[in-house]
Design a protein around this ligand. Structure first.
Ligand code: AMP
Length: 111
């Protein structure tokens, strides 16, 4: 997707702070963190949201869980965390490239 912010980051056209990456996904720091640790787990493939996924893309779900496990084991103070997805504009999604928020160190804990 030409104008997608996360596709631009994935193509190296826009700077970002990369935390981890695999063949399938990349993890970057959120530019406007809502918690002491706020990362975005982003599939390399452009998919607008969960509704837009094809069945063959559901493997990204386990890749994302595996990455969350890895982050929680390797990032200090991230052993307890929240995963959050806004899927669709009326659910609050702003960047229309599917991504999962990895949030840790939030005082309130839950959503
Ligand atoms: P959402 O509402 O789930 O679409 O959230 C999009 C998130 O992307 C927000 O938390 C933004 O702060 C974050 N964001 C937008 N642009 C960038 C960027 N260039 N680099 C890192 N994070 C970004």
């Amino acid at each position: 997707m030409q104008d997608c912010v996360f596709c631009k980051i994935l193509r190296g056209e826009l700077a970002s702070e990369v935390i981890a990456e695999t063949d399938d996904i990349i993890v970057i720091k959120d530019i406007n963190p809502k918690a002491p640790i706020h990362f975005l787990i982003i599939p390399r493939k452009h998919m607008n949201d969960i509704q837009s996924m094809a069945h063959v893309d559901f493997f990204y779900g386990s890749k994302i869980f595996a990455m969350a496990y890895h982050l929680s084991k390797t990032i200090p103070n991230a052993q307890d965390f929240n995963l959050h997805v806004n899927s669709g504009k009326t659910a609050g999604q702003i960047v229309m490239h599917l991504h999962v928020h990895f949030i840790a160190g939030k005082l309130e804990g839950a959503l």
